[in-house]
Design a protein around this ligand. Sequence first.
Ligand code: GLN
Length: 497
Amino acid sequence: KLTMLKLDPYINVDPGTMNPMQHGEVFVTDDGTESDLDLGHYERYTRIVTGKNNNFTTGQIYQTVINRERRGEYLGKTVQVIPHITDHIKECIYLAAEGCDVAIVEIGGTVGDIESLPFLEAIRQISHDLPEDQTLFVHLTLIPYIASAEELKTKPTQHSVNKLREIGIQPGILLCRTDRDLTTELRQKIALFTNVALDAVFQAKDVSSVYEVPLRYAEQSLDEKVAKLLGMWTKKPNLQEWADLVDAEKNPIGEVNIAVAGKYVGLKDSYKSLHEALVHAGIALKHKVKIHYIDSETLENGDLSEIKKCDGLLIPGGFGERGVEGKIAAIQYARENNMPFFGICLGLQVATIEYARNVVGIEGATSAEFDPEAAVNLIDMMSEQKNLKDLGGTLRLGAYDATLKKGSIIAKIYGATQISERHRHRFEVNNKYVKELEEKGLVISGKNADLDLVETIEIKEHPWFIAVQYHPEFKSKPFDAHPLFKGFVEASIKNKG
Ligand code: GLN
């Protein structure tokens, strides 16, 4: 049994409040933890299910220690980075590793940063605490290519390993990031200067698909080396499904263009899971999915040409009012022109507003998020949330069940009427308007039965018009594309004609 954990060397206590344009997406786990986006990678590659024990920030570590100090738990002793902070880091690592055979602990940041020192000291101590062959340090380093000299440089690697050794960590394995093959001579040089065995210096060459990485490492027997250094006996790995996956990704039989109109289009990682979920669907359908990120604010002047060029429209999750009118215009176009449409979270809310305004004729329909004083709060907070002042506390987070209507399009797509998906939102479709929407043809195809909340909507007389209040992208896997993404991409391929 494997677990993976990420230690983030920043002070933010709550990754959920960090700006996705700066930090990348907030990944949401089943247990409702808002975490670093790397937990998404862990789940996609290994199928483990992560949660609150798989991600810690420096801020969280310090907060716990300071709270303990305030409660007098250290009995008035001087509280210090070593041992109190480092002890708590070790406590977190051991907690995550409980019941597992192997724990992979990733430390964010760069060796040499002041910020990551307590984490590095904690793992050094762990290697001291545990029997010799039970820990292994794998160090990811950089081998830059200097174009003018036509030369790969090993200096940054030498220096970062030296930094690690200064603080008592001797890496057992080096993964050398490079844009070209490393010669044996160069690896020998690295091995000599870093005191790492030659057969433990691996190249981590840039690849065109992230799903190629396990194959490229296996070719160099990285897995065997890890098993050997940890004194484990394992069978030879069978990587056929990875090979098939990469083969499918690299040899598509066609391509399809998907418009993603949102707010956080400036940073590649802002919609990481969404991006991967579309890639997974493409792999399953043997099509290259070309994703066009469009800043929805740019659609507000009425020029929808960027959308019209594409075969399908996706409106992802988001917060705040900016660009909403652009999204509404894009959705109206997709609805009226039989363009496949997929709305996620804010995407459902905006699609409902579009329908209310343009089909039902509810003028001024909007969300309380955009206009708290609005006369028509089609999207609103649930009543029990309204009195809570602290917005951070009002989000509906993590896995919740939804019941899908028998015979609905979405139930057919899932092949089930009971589903569980991850949520991260504050506002809901206001039940006051549901009857009117339904009478005018909007199908409320899924609901949370306990709280009577709208979970999914669809339009019957449309090739593919589905929106969901939850985030299906968090559960999509490379070998197991999410049925909604697959359905949407398939409809978009058909729309191409
Ligand atoms: N801003 C919306 C809400 O809070 C949607 C959130 C989202 O898309 N994740 O309900």
